[in-house]
Design a protein around this ligand. Structure first.
Ligand SMILES: NC(=O)c1ccc[n+]([C@@H]2O[C@H](COP(=O)([O-])OP(=O)(O)OC[C@H]3O[C@@H](n4cnc5c(N)ncnc54)[C@H](O)[C@@H]3O)[C@@H](O)[C@H]2O)c1
Length: 388
């Protein structure tokens, strides 16, 4: 078959499951190999794809297979730099999960490697494929709120104790901070909706609840990061990670390079789970009310008045199939097309780098008396390469 694409997955368990959306033998796209240090994850991977699937505990063996044209990297954050650089150097196109890396220098090394190797790099910022976010972008681009001046995001993470304080996420050596780890999504969306990148940030925050829990799992165990409604209130959580030095609440302010001001607030112990964005322009304001397609809408306020909970106009968001509100099948389809043919994409490696850079600098601000931190811009040559 012409234009056949064979794909390997590094980090085949956990989030690596997203790669299965790419497996479409009728279209010439097949997942053929998985690497994971967890034998059970490899067993499940082979169980889904068939006994002839190549599996290995050593990702280098996967990269050494010349028939593999593209690789998904879905390992924990602190391994992204090593795995993405190795995959690009091995000549593979790469789908790299967000955040791109846990440091700015790590991101810049990945960008430079992709440029030098001439391989296609795609970062999994699936929120850009969420229909509720796309509706907000469409309304902004249509000019209905005038010139954008401010963007705010409140992020309520009901599953914070389950998903982020039981394993590597809680350890800053492996994640830098949750402002970067989790916030990379939202910083990227704020940059996208507001049309600029952070040039200066400041932040406050702390570890305010989960550090009071003394029930920790053994350092030799991974920790069970599954969601349970029974884990409520947050202080009733058990089996938390023995290393815990990231914040469970953080708030950052951003000054963008186009003069827009933005803010992002993240809390890991709310009872409810959703993100609430508002973007304010010179002629109106939009806000998402809920974020689950089929139940949520974007509201537009563009007439003067007092409290109008539903706005002046409503844009309901229809139900859609697939994980993360349909964003996962959509982003994987875009990556497959990009790996095969190139062309424009909704996500951007430079934007992915800049969301990490803003989160990284905000974590530094937060841990150093909220000092304002200038976000280092990406190297001009690298920016030019990716713009092209
Ligand atoms: N875009 C999204 O919506 C989204 C959602 C969830 C996770 N993620 C990202 O996906 C990545 C993985 O997250 P996760 O929760 O699945 O993590 P995880 O801890 O479950 O690890 C993923 C897999 O990588 C394997 N692994 C660990 N070390 C390895 C190594 N050295 N070589 C090969 N495999 C190794 C693990 O055994 C596991 O199967 C993270 O970067 C996370 O930020 C993104």
């Amino acid at each position: 078959m012409t234009n056949e694409l064979l794909i390997g997955v590094i980090g085949a368990g956990g989030r690596g499951a997203v790669a299965h959306y790419a497996h479409n033998p009728q279209d010439g796209v097949r997942l053929v190999a998985g690497a994971d240090t967890d034998p059970a994850a490899l067993e499940r991977f082979r169980g889904v794809l068939g006994a002839d699937t190549f599996v290995t505990a050593d990702y280098r063996e996967l990269l050494a297979r010349p028939e593999i044209g593209a690789v998904f990297v879905a390992t924990p954050d602190h391994l992204h730099e090593e795995h993405a650089v190795a995959a690009l150097k091995a000549g593979k196109h790469v789908y790299l999960e967000k955040p791109m890396a846990i440091t700015v220098t790590g991101c810049d090394r990945i960008l430079r490697t992709a440029m030098e190797c001439g391989r296609r790099l795609y970062v999994g910022h699936n929120m850009r494929h969420m229909t509720v976010i796309q509706k907000m972008k469409e309304i902004i681009d249509s000019g209905r709120i005038g010139e954008v001046k401010a963007g705010w995001c409140r992020h309520f993470i009901a599953y914070g104790g389950d998903a982020y304080f039981k394993d590597w996420h809680a350890d800053r050596a492996r994640s830098t901070s949750l402002l970067l780890q989790k916030g990379a999504h939202d910083i990227d969306i704020l940059h996208w909706l507001c049309g600029g990148f952070s040039r200066r940030v400041t932040a406050v925050g702390g570890l305010t609840v989960y550090d009071r829990i003394t029930d920790r799992h053994d350092p030799s165990e991974r920790g069970f990061a599954g969601w349970s409604d029974a884990n409520w209130p947050p202080l009733s959580q058990t089996g938390l990670n023995p290393v815990m030095d990231v914040e469970d609440i953080s708030m950052m302010l951003m000054e963008l390079d186009n003069g827009v001001f933005a803010s992002y607030q993240q809390c890991h112990y709310t009872p409810d789970a959703w993100r609430n964005y508002t973007v304010i322009g010179t002629e109106g304001r939009i806000e998402n009310l809920g974020d689950n397609p089929g139940e949520c809408m974007v509201a537009l306020w563009n007439k003067r008045g007092a409290y109008k909970p539903q706005g002046d106009e409503q844009f309901p968001i229809a139900a859609v199939g697939g994980s993360h509100g349909g964003a996962d099948p959509a982003i994987v389809a875009e990556f497959v097309r990009f790996a095969r043919e190139g062309g424009a994409t909704t996500t951007s490696p430079i934007a992915a780098r800049n969301s990490v850079a803003a989160g990284y600098c905000a974590a530094h601000s937060l841990r150093n008396g909220s000092v304002p931190v200038d976000v280092p811009p990406v190297d001009a040559k690298v920016a030019e390469y990716f713009a092209g």
